[in-house]
Design a protein around this ligand. Structure first.
Ligand code: NIG
Ligand code: FE
Length: 412
């Protein structure tokens, strides 16, 4: 089936070939004014200026008149914890009243609170709530998404989460990648026996995950008081042994060494990066590992934002993601992520859009399928409401500028 979208005011992110963008390249966002886009069986089959379309001989079966709308590639959200059993707004209120992260953890809050609730929930309950969140974020423009485990912290709980993600992959039209984050924190029973829990991850969780093909990546929360760089390396190497590439939580609260471990292991990405120094920045810039910035987590936790300008100017390849989770970023709204990146981290709108599309696609190894308007890629598209310019998208934070979302050539 052929569909032609005509009268597109601005077709954004048109790329002849794929390239992970770093440094000054991140600000290069190609576009075509007054454009058309041809889709065949859900795949981008052609695009160009409107006047070029009239020269094509092919008769289109379906014509969609974009009537002056902007069209962009759908967002690629490369870091989420979208499967969870319950929200944690009681901790949010406790924090407003002055409790610290440590106070909340001492009251049984934080990741362990989510783990207790997740272990009490059924696979079906988790699937239903995760499906609703997936529907919500897809309407907000997300067309590809990575989802982590990490709220089970038991063999059954972690496998249950990964099976939920597998079901989401099977049922959803979105591109989904699964990440095993058994090493999110130490469960209470292993508080004094770290090696014991690492053994459970390596000897009990990973073999089943490998056998049932439940994950694409392995993640570790490399942080003071959580997993050390040496423990991170041990766990990632075990994951790599069964074909899982690392994507690591690094440098969120401290200079944890997570970035350097990720670079050393050839991780696809190191994520968070609120706390960076020259050494960590340089090691990332000299590598093929992507730095994934999660500004809504910094916002929600009232932390300093990621030093995006420094990272970009040093030559790091960066992506933007939502970190959607109940503890540090209870929102999967990538439009907000992009606004915050421009407002608080001084990213140019073009840089933020590239980081949330093509570079996000690279951070999920989906660059051949999504992330740009390129022949052969999926027609995963955002149709904007009438806007005056591309910069209006991040500028009008909180306004929903999205009119419609198309996944695989079909409107949601
Ligand atoms: O990415 N930093 C570690 N993990 C999550 C938050 C976990 C939670 O509080 O539930 C994050 O921010
Ligand atoms: Fe996270």
């Amino acid at each position: 089936m052929t569909t032609d979208i005509i009268n597109i005011k601005l077709l954004v992110g048109t790329r002849l070939k794929n390239q992970l963008l770093r440094g000054k390249e991140l600000a290069q966002l190609p576009y075509i004014e007054d454009a058309y886009l041809r889709i065949e069986d859900g795949i981008i089959a052609g695009y160009g200026k409107m006047e070029e379309r009239s020269k094509t001989s092919e008769k289109s079966a379906i014509i969609i008149d974009a009537g002056g709308q902007f069209i962009l590639p759908a967002w690629c959200d490369s870091h989420t914890h979208l499967v969870f059993a319950a929200s944690r707004e009681e901790e949010f209120v406790d924090k407003i009243k002055g409790l610290s992260y440590a106070d909340i953890a001492a009251k049984g809050g934080g990741i362990l609170n989510s783990a207790n609730k997740l272990n009490a929930a059924t696979e079906d309950e988790l699937f239903i709530s995760a499906w609703k969140r997936l529907e919500e974020v897809s309407k907000l423009g997300t067309g590809a998404i990575e989802i982590k485990s990490g709220y089970g912290l038991t063999v059954e709980g972690e496998l249950k989460m990964l099976r939920v993600i597998k079901r989401l992959k099977e049922k959803s039209k979105l591109c989904i990648k699964a990440t095993f984050l058994g090493a999110h924190t130490y469960p209470i029973t292993y508080k004094e026996n770290h090696q014991g829990y690492i053994d459970v991850i390596i000897n009990e969780m990973l073999p089943v995950i490998a056998k049932e093909k439940l994950a694409d990546y392995i993640d570790v929360f490399c942080e003071n008081g959580f997993f050390s760089p040496a423990e991170t390396e041990t766990i990632c190497k075990a994951g790599m042994g069964v074909g899982l590439k690392p994507k690591i939580h690094a440098n969120q609260l401290n200079l944890s060494g997570g970035t350097q471990v990720g670079v050393k292991l050839g991780a696809i990405s190191v994520d968070h990066l609120e706390t960076m120094d020259e050494d960590a920045t340089k090691s990332l810039a000299d590598s093929n590992t992507i730095g994934t910035l999660l500004p809504t987590a910094a916002f929600f936790l009232r932390m300093p934002y990621q030093p995006a300008r420094q990272l970009i100017d040093t030559g790091c390849a960066i992506a933007l993601a939502s970190d959607y989770n109940p503890g540090s970023s209870p929102s999967g709204n990538m439009n907000m992520v992009i606004s915050m990146s421009c407002i608080q981290m001084k990213m140019l709108p073009e840089e933020a859009i590239n980081a949330a599309t093509i570079n996000g696609a690279y951070a999920m190894e989906l660059q051949d399928e999504v992330g740009s308007i390129t022949i052969g890629k999926k027609a995963n598209l955002i149709f904007t409401k009438p806007i005056s310019s591309l910069a209006y998208l991040p500028y009008a934070f909180g306004s929903n500028c999205i009119d419609k979302v198309m996944i695989n050539g079909e409107f949601l």
